[in-house]
Ligand binder design. Structure first.
Ligand SMILES: Cc1cc2nc3c(=O)[nH]c(=O)nc-3n(C[C@H](O)[C@H](O)[C@H](O)COP(=O)(O)OP(=O)(O)OC[C@H]3O[C@@H](n4cnc5c(N)ncnc54)[C@H](O)[C@@H]3O)c2cc1C
Length: 388
């Protein structure tokens, strides 16, 4: 099986095919299996490496700001994440966060905000973070409490954010806070907060099963210029949802990359492991397992690239949000099953710390939770089905 076979699908244009093929070659040499004890240093290095080589350009919109296209090309974003995830989870993380962290600026930022940040994000000189979740507001985003009080030409932020990827190493955070223009989700605004701004503290670094920079942030009387507000006051929820809508499909693509790597590893093992006078792949039970893995991957890939293609085409025929939700649901849940099957093919070796399939087993888990847990995706799809 060739991991690039799907590039022949009609969802893609030649520029997508050329990009994915070249990135695959580069990643195989430059970042394959990148991991290490110091994840902060590694992530900084990966952002710089990806930026220097030009691979971060799809993460921002606008050629004047270093972007590859005038609007974010979802298929390019997805192909990049799938490819990088297949080679190294942290390389995908570094890429994905540059997009998610700066997405609100690409989608709704002022020309000044774009000029200041997007070229540095695309060049790998500035690390981005997206700060939405709070200890008491995860799936229920509209319950967020972090406040933004407008004081003349400044906003004063107070409160907490948690589970913030790149927390501790980011150069800037896009922070969503309650500015109170209206009740509930209509009273939120988004602000760019530069690292080092007085009143912003990294309150806690969080260790997770697949380590990457992650932190809880505390804001205490943190003053930011009102010019750092993204969009108008009260538009924060809309900005957050628009950002997640684009990047959710790319989470599906990352899951797909992990699943493809698991199949690749599992296939190598099944065709070489001798047992009972045969090889593991000679047994029909193994063939059934491999068949299920391959079918799950193709199904997830079709949903992922349909969602990416539909977004790029501005297809209004069916809810784009529901298509993205289907892609994320199928790809993340499917990848978990594919990776588990690969661990099983490896027997004891599959659970040895640091083995590629053991790493995948840990890496896939949080994708079923962040950017909308599986249950949140189910609700989005269910509502869309009921409306249709
Ligand atoms: C590794 C990692 C990185 C992250 N990075 C970021 C980041 O960079 N920026 C950021 O803002 N956030 C980030 N998050 C936070 C993430 O988005 C939240 O963890 C997620 O939204 C779930 O929120 P919660 O953890 O508070 O869980 P809860 O909201 O408490 O949900 C717990 C569980 O309840 C279930 N559930 C949710 N809704 C329903 C429902 N309606 N019906 C039934 N069951 C339901 C789901 O299974 C869910 O997992 C990250 C999280 C992780 C784990």
């Amino acid at each position: 099986m060739n991991a690039l076979d799907h590039l022949r699908w009609p969802f893609f244009e030649d520029r997508h095919r050329a990009f994915a093929t070249a990135l695959d070659r580069w990643a195989a040499v430059q970042v394959r299996d990148a991991h290490g004890a110091d994840v902060d240093a590694l992530c900084r290095r990966l952002v710089r490496q990806l930026g220097d080589a030009g691979w971060l350009r799809p993460t921002v919109a606008g050629s004047a700001y270093g972007g590859l296209a005038e609007v974010i090309d979802t298929r390019m974003l997805c192909l990049a994440r799938e490819t990088l995830a297949r080679h190294a989870g942290l390389a995908d993380f570094a890429f994905g966060m540059q997009g998610l962290g700066s997405g609100a600026i690409s989608l709704a930022g002022s020309p000044e905000q774009k000029t200041r940040w997007l070229p540095r994000v695309a060049g790998g000189q500035a690390i981005a973070a997206f700060a939405l979740s709070e200890p008491e507001a995860g799936s229920d985003v509209a319950a967020l409490q972090c406040s933004a009080r407008i004081d003349g030409e400044q906003a004063l932020l107070d409160g907490q954010k948690t589970w913030i990827s790149n927390g501790g190493i980011a150069d800037f955070y896009v922070v969503f806070a309650r500015s109170g223009e209206a009740p509930g989700s209509r009273g939120l605004s988004a602000f760019i907060v530069e690292a080092g701004t007085p009143g912003l503290e990294i309150a806690e670094r969080i260790d997770v099963i697949a380590p990457h920079p992650l932190a809880r942030l505390r804001f205490a009387n943190c003053r930011v210029p009102l010019a750092n507000r993204i969009g108008a006051g009260g538009e924060g929820f809309k900005v957050a949802m628009r950002t997640l809508d684009v990047f959710r499909t790319s989470v599906a693509a990352a899951a797909l990359g992990f699943a493809r790597r698991a199949l690749e590893e599992g296939l190598k093992r099944a065709t070489t492991r001798k047992m009972f006078g045969l090889t593991l792949a000679d047994f029909q039970l193994t063939q059934a397992r491999l068949a299920q893995m391959a079918t799950t991957i193709d199904g997830a890939a079709l949903l992922t690239y349909r969602a990416a293609w539909a977004r790029d085409m501005g297809d209004q025929g069916k809810s784009l949000t529901a298509q993205a939700a289907m892609a994320k649901l199928a790809a993340t849940e499917g990848a978990q099953q594919v990776i588990d099957a690969a661990v099983q093919l490896f027997g004891g070796l599959g659970v040895v710390s640091g083995h590629p399939v053991e790493r995948l087993y840990r890496e896939i888990r949080s994708l079923r939770i962040y950017e909308g847990a599986t249950e949140v995706q189910q609700l989005i799809i269910g509502k869309s089905v009921l409306r249709s």
